[in-house]
Design a protein around this ligand. Structure first.
Ligand code: NAD
Length: 416
């Protein structure tokens, strides 16, 4: 039988497994297994060439028991309702895992932003918010950037929302530019948070990060910053990186900044001087110490899990590993830092951005990262402890902590 790679099905399998480990019955599983609300919208707009295009968009609001819901907006040609629902579930477990007072949501538009002008991007952003304004807000649901969206798009979205409610409401959105109430450190927060967990994981397995070999699959915001920070702060050797067009490899090391410059200039890391080309499949199977999947979901599957040849998998991407692959990596004693723990730095600093916005008082980058380190290290330690106690993998450890927190909040509210 082929492996089911539908993202929402995968998120439900994981939840089911975690509920079993916790001893939760089917009624509790059902209470946790679908979004509270799922909104589908249609955006019709004029393109620069005069043609009319219609786009499909989504917002999935999964669980609000612990606070206003929170989650990014992806613009991608392969966006789907199932993916947005899965990502909104993972956001719920993520905010609970790092114990910040927020719920989980996610949004997306099926589109190819790479082929659009600035005016088209702005029109799409403003339309999305107009359609969803009744469902979002600083105390309801707070969007943020994700794949192929950025601070400029967040600024347009915030401005559109403020026009509708006719007042300043900066905490309706996070990941804003600094000049509009963004937080210091937000743009590198996902990578920075992931690296705090890699540092802890390396300590646990006695891996010296100085000179450790690192492979980064997906050289976008999260991946490229992870490479730069691992190189600068820990003297790691980045031996391969990739993007949607393919990967580049040099056993003696690739300069993370030069790779970023190459991608900035030519839109791909391919062709970087002194490197040899590899496919995205090959780069995942390279022998290394730390493998960082930082692109999209379902890249480590039943098909290739046996060939993963590293000590730590640090999942900066959401959903890179399937449930079958999880079992194989666990049996092979590869330490996995699961996605909703490893990449929680972004939402944590988004939460700091909301707090700073409420107070209209802004922290230094040093203050942001010190607070982030405390949150990430605590979450990593609790996850590993829970996994050990139940003799299970770290993903299940993280799930068990998170679902218990969500269930407690639902019980206290009288929902259960
Ligand atoms: P991004 O758009 O900045 O970068 C994505 C990168 O992945 C691009 O370089 C793209 O070329 C590459 N890519 C796309 N398809 C690929 C493929 N098939 N193989 C290899 N590379 C491919 O996005 P991002 O914000 O860095 O997000 C990457 C992952 O991290 C996503 O799973 C996202 O959900 C997750 N994440 C991001 C944040 C954040 O704050 N940016 C927070 C949490 C999780």
């Amino acid at each position: 039988m082929t492996e089911n790679l539908d993202p929402f099905t995968i998120s439900q399998i994981q939840l089911q497994d975690a509920c079993k480990l916790k001893g939760y019955d089917h009624q509790l599983y059902e209470a946790l297994s679908e979004p509270e609300r799922f909104v589908q919208i249609k955006i019709t707009m004029k393109m620069d060439d005069g043609s009319i295009r219609t786009f499909k968009g989504f917002r999935s609001q999964y669980n609000s028991a612990r606070g206003p819901m929170k989650g990014g907006i992806r613009w991608h040609p392969e966006e789907s309702a199932s993916l947005v629902k899965a990502l909104s579930a993972w956001m719920t477990w993520k905010t609970a895992c790092v114990d910040i007072p927020l719920g989980g949501a996610k949004g997306g538009i099926i589109c190819n932003p790479k082929g659009m002008s600035n005016r088209e991007l702005e029109t799409l952003a403003r339309n999305y918010i107009r359609q969803l304004a009744d469902f979002i807000g600083p105390n309801i649901d707070v969007p943020a950037p994700d794949v192929y969206t950025n601070p400029q798009i967040m600024a347009w979205m915030m401005d559109e929302y403020e026009k509708i409610v006719r007042k300043h409401a900066p905490s309706v959105i996070t990941g804003k530019p600094l000049a509009l109430g963004g937080s210091a450190g937000r743009s590198i927060a996902t990578a920075k948070g992931g690296i705090f967990t890699i540092r802890e994981a390396a300590k646990d397995i006695g891996l010296d990060l100085n000179g450790a070999k690192v492979v980064v699959q997906g050289y976008g915001n999260a991946g490229s910053w992870a490479a730069k920070i691992l190189q600068d702060d820990f003297n790691c050797k980045i031996i391969a990186v990739s993007d949607s067009k393919g990967g580049v490899y040099n056993e003696d090391g690739i300069d993370a900044y030069k790779a970023a410059e190459q991608k900035e200039k030519t839109k791909t890391v391919l062709g970087l001087k002194g490197t040899k080309d590899l496919t995205n499949e090959d780069i995942l199977e390279l022998k290394c110490d730390v493998l960082v999947p930082a692109a999209l979901e379902n890249v480590i599957t039943r098909e290739n899990a046996e060939k993963i040849n590293c000590k730590i998998v640090a999942e900066l991407a959401n959903g890179p590993t399937t449930p079958d692959a999880d079992h194989i990596l666990y049996d092979n004693q590869i330490l996995v830092i699961p996605d909703f723990l490893c990449n929680a730095g972004g939402v944590t600093v988004s939460y700091f951005e909301m707090v700073q916005g409420y107070y209209s008082y802004f922290w230094t980058e040093k203050e942001v990262f010190e607070a982030l380190d405390r949150v990430m290290t605590n979450a990593y330690r609790s996850t590993v402890k829970q996994a050990k106690e139940f003799n299970t993998n770290n993903r299940m450890g993280a799930y068990m902590i998170s679902i218990e927190r969500v269930v407690d909040a639902m019980r206290l509210r009288g929902w259960l």
